[in-house]
Write a protein that binds this ligand. Structure first.
Ligand SMILES: [Zn+2]
Length: 481
């Protein structure tokens, strides 16, 4: 998501510059301050069954070589590996490693004259063990993903996306690396190229037409790739009928805007990208038609509420800039944020509150109708701090009507399915990767307990969130004064 009002602010940055910066900064990183990967046995712990959405008490988890070797009742005797590290799980809760389904690890950082290297540990410190990028410079993403794979004690897994596949002229011309396509015949070669780079998600953007969009879906699926979209010209209804896998953003610039434009007399304020007019009638036929198509075609929706809450409401709230979590990102990014944020007149606050409430109501309707949702943040948009923001998204989803259990599913099993990795991740089961979060309190009792993290395990490597946060703060202070 970007603010169209600010498009002209940015100068075009090319991928060679990104590559050079990433390489230099990557080489300068200190050695990780975390523990080695040895077998781990967690005893007497309560685990979250993300498939059923329930807690299972008194379990023992055995982790060997980065994978879950066994999950059994604590009463059951099993052979455990010698020299395993034992963790007493009494009073603790294990959930699958969280997944942020909407992130931009390259270009927004580039706008803020920095890279995401130094902040990648923020994901892990917050229990986010995987990140789905949804549109970036592919070479720079690839370098980051390699670095992350080499540093499971510091970084989440990174799933790569294509560039923004766009119409002509593209919506965000300043980015410089949009994949502009108006001829469906050009799609197969592009998708082949993306597959060769290891891209797993193709991102259709606002001005792509239906002929190209449909071809992207067809070619992407032929390669076993996932196709998602921030849709405009190619409508959410058309894309759902054509078999798109997921749709990004609940907002005026995407799903809500599509519905609002088809129910009079609403209109989109292009300067601020919010809708104006009476509230959307959730019982209207156009809403029902889209919801029906999403359910029928099993299209997941990634509302990204946190970025819209920040964009619509936070500019007016005192103290937001001083949020202590902001201090974990480089100063240049923090300086960039206000220039990127929309400046609203204070008198529009009530309208903006109503607008955001409408997004939450629509999110709640999708959930109750059976649409599977994804927890995505759009980090590092203004005040959307990597890692921390995923917990804000979970809270906003619960506020929108999801149960805490369903909210956890949006960050575990649902994204694992959308990534087509549910045989490897997304739940705590034998044979899956040992990406886990140990909590000090139950997130089903209160979703805010997802922040009460004792340890994070990524590929069988244990990290202490406090150590990671301290390390990031030191780096940010010393390298980004
Ligand atoms: Zn985005």
């Amino acid at each position: 998501m970007w603010n169209r009002e600010r498009d002209t602010v940015f100068t075009r940055k090319n991928s060679i510059l990104s590559f050079a910066l990433l390489t230099i900064l990557g080489a300068a990183l200190p050695v990780a301050a975390s523990e080695q990967s040895t077998p781990i046995v967690i005893r007497n712990v309560t685990i979250f069954d993300s498939v059923q959405g329930t807690m299972l008490p008194d379990r023992t988890i055995v982790i060997v070589d980065g994978s879950i070797q066994a999950v059994v009742s604590s009463h059951q005797r099993i052979k455990t590996p010698r020299r395993a590290r034992a963790i007493d799980g009494r009073g603790k809760y294990v959930i699958p490693g969280l997944i942020d389904s909407h992130s931009h690890l390259v270009f927004v950082y580039n706008f803020g004259h920095t890279t995401s290297y130094d902040v990648l540990p923020l994901f892990l410190a917050n229990g986010v063990t995987s990140v789905r990028d949804v549109g970036d410079d592919v070479m720079a993403e690839k370098i980051l993903a390699r670095y992350s794979d080499d540093h499971p004690e510091l970084c989440p897994r990174i799933f790569l996306a294509s560039q923004l596949i766009e119409g002509d002229p593209p919506f965000h011309q300043y980015i410089g690396w949009n994949a502009v396509m108006t001829d469906p015949a050009k799609v197969p070669a592009y998708v082949d190229d993306m597959a060769a780079w290891g891209v797993t998600t193709l991102k259709i953007y606002a001005r792509t037409g239906r002929a190209v969009g449909r071809k992207v879906i067809e070619e992407g699926h032929r390669h076993g790739m996932v196709v998602t979209g921030h849709l405009g010209a190619y409508t959410p209804l058309e894309a759902a009928e054509d078999g798109i896998d997921s749709i990004e953003h609940i907002s005026a610039g995407s799903i809500y805007g599509y519905l609002a434009a088809r129910t009079t007399p609403r209109s989109i304020d292009t300067a601020s990208a919010i809708t104006t007019g009476p509230e959307l009638d959730l019982t209207s036929p156009v809403v029902q038609e889209l919801v029906g198509a999403l359910v029928k075609n099993k299209v997941m929706v990634d509302p990204t509420l946190v970025v819209f809450r920040n964009m619509l409401l936070l500019p007016d709230l005192p103290g937001v800039a001083e949020n202590p979590e902001n201090s974990y990102v480089p100063a240049s990014l923090r300086t960039f944020w206000p220039t990127y944020a929309t400046s609203f007149k204070p008198e529009t606050l009530e309208q903006r509150k109503k607008e955001f409430r409408s997004y939450q109501d629509l999110t709640g309707l999708l959930f109750r109708s059976g649409v599977k949702l994804l927890a995505g943040t759009d980090e590092p948009e203004p005040s959307v701090v990597p890692g921390f923001s995923l917990h804000e998204e979970l809270e906003l989803l619960v506020e929108s009507g999801l149960t805490p259990s369903a909210a956890l599913q949006t960050a575990t099993i649902n994204p694992a399915r959308i990534l087509k990795k549910d045989k490897e991740m997304g739940s705590i089961e034998q044979g899956k990767r040992a990406d886990l979060v140990i909590l000090n309190a139950s997130p089903l009792a209160d979703i805010r307990n997802s922040r009460r993290i004792y340890r994070v395990i990524r590929a069988g490597t244990i990290s202490d969130p406090d150590v990671l946060l301290k390390m990031v703060r030191e780096r940010i202070t010393s390298q980004h004064p």
